[in-house]
Design a protein around this ligand. Structure first.
Ligand code: IPM
Ligand code: MG
Length: 354
């Protein structure tokens, strides 16, 4: 049966890197993959056209697709808007609307790029971490939230970190299942030394491990210590489980260890049988947008994750990943990796391996 991939190119470099992912999908289709690619407006591009970062029509289209591949959202031209009118609000609404609560963020250091990392090669060569970040709860979505003015004239800003046991355990389950296909080790991060909800996170994760996953080697680490350990000895970790906010921060940190944020894909998945949302970790990079120099690898690798987790084509996913690696091994480099290739030329180099 033909599956549907909805492409949401978005803003900044999003359309540039999405175009390469689309070419890669096109190549696979010409080789027999039963896939239909649709495209819709999202983020700032949607605000400009409709006034909304995510229209109800596009959300319905996303929920009806088998997988959604997003480019990037945001840019300085929308930064002054109220929160609910910003491109980022569209992304949060899409994540919540699709109920994709588990965000998989692999941080893998390609050997050819180990010298592009800010750490010495010995610490990062062969690095292969998998972040499992909770994506539809925590302080990103908790209420009360907002800024009020107090009687004495000063302002009071509030955001709420909140989780229920079921929200914690469904994402922990994803981490445990994925760990079974790897080394079986999971390290969970929180700040249980200062936050009640952090201690509860630790307890609920441990309880699920004890009840259903006795084979998993589960450890716990305070999030600040993990930030330090990630630059001290990142290879001590395999699967890392975090809440929404700590996962946002720590996955950016780990991403830099691999050489470039331009290399890192992500997958957001929900309950089995529901569509996944795939996005490069890098943002819209307004400073280089429109110049045709953005690194398309993260977008292409996100397409590979979509093939693996939502489109039932794990073998093709491995072929796409191998094509990216082969291009790097042959010296293909965009400027973020110290080279001079354009986005399109990097795309050509990847397609050559397919
Ligand atoms: C990410 C981004 C988003 C987040 C922003 C754009 C809302 O930083 O995917 O890591 O904070 O989740
Ligand atoms: Mg982030």
């Amino acid at each position: 049966m033909t599956k549907t991939l909805l492409l949401l190119p978005g803003d900044g470099i999003g359309p540039e890197v999405s175009a390469v992912a689309r070419r890669v999908a096109g190549r696979l289709i010409s080789q027999g993959l039963a896939l239909k690619v649709e495209e819709a407006l999202f983020g700032g591009a949607s605000i400009d056209a409709t006034g909304l970062p995510l229209t109800p029509e596009v959300l319905a289209q996303a929920k009806g697709a088998d997988a959604v591949l997003m480019g990037a959202v945001g840019g300085p031209q929308w930064a002054g808007q109220p929160y609910d009118k910003r491109p980022e609000a569209g992304l949060l609404a899409l994540r919540a609307g699709m109920n994709v609560y588990a965000n998989l963020r692999p941080a893998r250091c390609f050997s050819a790029l180990a010298d592009a990392s800010s750490l010495k090669r010995v610490f990062v060569d062969g690095l292969d971490l998998l972040f499992v970040r909770e994506l539809t709860g925590g302080v990103y979505f908790g209420s009360p939230r907002g800024v009020e003015t107090l009687p004495d004239g000063q302002r009071r800003g509030v955001n709420t970190h909140v989780y229920t046991t079921s929200e914690i355990q469904r994402v922990a389950r994803v981490a445990f299942e994925l760990a079974r296909g790897r080394t079986g080790a999971v390290c969970s991060a929180e700040k249980g030394n200062v936050m009640e909800a952090g201690l509860m996170w630790r307890e609920d994760v441990q309880a699920l491990r004890d009840a259903e996953y006795p084979d998993i080697k589960l450890s716990h680490m305070l999030a600040d210590n993990m930030a330090m350990q990630l630059v001290k000895n990142p290879k001590q970790f395999d699967v890392i489980l975090t809440d929404n906010l700590f996962g946002d921060i720590l996955s950016d940190e780990a991403g830099m260890l691999t050489g470039s944020l331009g290399m890192l894909p992500s997958a957001a998945i929900g309950d089995p049988g529901t569509p996944g949302l795939y996005e490069p970790i890098h943002g819209s990079a307004p400073d280089i947008a429109g110049r045709g120099v953005a690194n398309p690898c993260a977008a292409v690798l996100s397409l590979a994750m979509a093939l693996r987790y939502s489109l039932g084509a794990a073998e093709l996913a491995s072929r796409v990943e191998a094509a990216v690696e082969a291009a790097l091994d042959k010296g293909a480099r965009t400027p973020d990796l110290g080279g001079t290739m354009t986005t399109a030329a990097m795309g050509d180099a990847i397609l050559a391996g397919l």
